[in-house]
Design a protein around this ligand. Structure first.
Ligand SMILES: [Zn+2]
Length: 291
């Protein structure tokens, strides 16, 4: 039997997912809100991508990783481990653009140096002064980049990037048959728009590097090679949990088990972390005045 795929759009966060029509979908894993039944519709266009990386971490292992993570952490409130309520765990295929390219950068600037100069004579002695001098510096470098740009409307770029690398070399040619029993997201970013984002990231990296080489950057040039681009579906477990009524989201790399998510922060622990060093400094200041 051929796999029937339906799509649904979340009215709350705007995420557009597709799913195996033999499975029911009641809730949006991205924001935790309930779906309205009339929003379901059959897929109008065929799903297309270049590659797919399938799940290696099964649901039971993902839950273990999540439970270990939620019960440990220095900054979290003490009752989080007891009070959190997991609202779901869904394996979702997230579309990502991958770009592999190289850049050539050239920069020019000035390096600041200080040297001792001769000052005025005061009371028979010559004052020591420092004189600033600027020396021209330039350089160039060639760097290779391998960047993922999520085409996801539900997850943020930060969440996908924090999951570290997805092993592209293990990916398979795309087929929608992999979506059996799973959910996926419709890409919301075209190749051209994703390429612009990848370029922005490379420019920012290269500019920081150039700025680290000189004290005053005056000229910065960058050239990009033609990128090799791939639209790939990557496996991500999305976990929702509630703590004192607030919804939090956690994501797990379905290939490597890397986890990333937001947690409530204990106000008491933060207050103590600020207070304790302040008290220590106060005591030290007091002691140095006393002795
Ligand atoms: Zn949603």
């Amino acid at each position: 039997m051929a796999l029937e795929i339906k799509t649904i759009r979340c009215k709350n966060c705007g995420a557009q997912i597709f799913y195996d029509a033999s499975k029911q979908v009641l809730k949006c894993e991205f924001c935790g809100s309930e779906y309205l039944p009339h929003e379901e519709k059959p897929l109008t266009e065929e799903l297309k991508a270049d590659k797919i990386l399938t799940f290696k971490i099964e649901e039971s292992s993902a839950i273990k990783i999540f439970e270990k993570w939620i019960t440990r952490g220095f900054w979290q409130p003490k009752d989080l481990a007891r009070e959190f309520r997991r609202t779901g765990a869904k394996g979702i295929y997230i579309p990502c653009w991958h770009f592999s390219f190289s850049v050539n950068t050239y920069w020019y600037g000035q390096e600041r140096r200080e040297k001792k100069g001769e000052g005025k004579i005061v009371g028979g002695k010559r004052e020591a002064v420092t004189v600033e001098e600027w020396i021209p510096r330039s350089g160039s470098r060639t760097e290779s980049y391998s960047l993922f740009v999520p085409a996801s409307g539900g997850l943020s770029m930060e969440e996908v990037n924090q999951l570290a690398q997805f092993p592209l070399e293990e990916s398979a040619p795309f087929s929608s048959e992999y979506f059996l029993g799973k959910q996926g997201e419709i890409p919301v970013l075209s190749r051209d728009n994703a390429w612009e984002k990848a370029k922005e990231e490379a420019i920012s990296d290269e500019k920081s590097y150039a700025e680290s080489q000189v004290d005053r950057l005056e000229k910065f040039d960058i050239n990009f090679s033609e990128p090799a681009s791939t639209l790939i579906y990557v496996p991500i477990w999305v976990f929702g949990y509630k703590y004192h009524g607030k919804y939090y989201r956690t994501v797990i790399n379905g290939r490597t088990g890397e986890i990333y998510g937001k947690k409530p922060i204990s106000k008491l622990k933060v207050a103590l972390a600020i207070l304790i060093p302040a008290v220590v400094v106060g005591v030290v200041v007091l002691l140095t005045h006393l002795f």
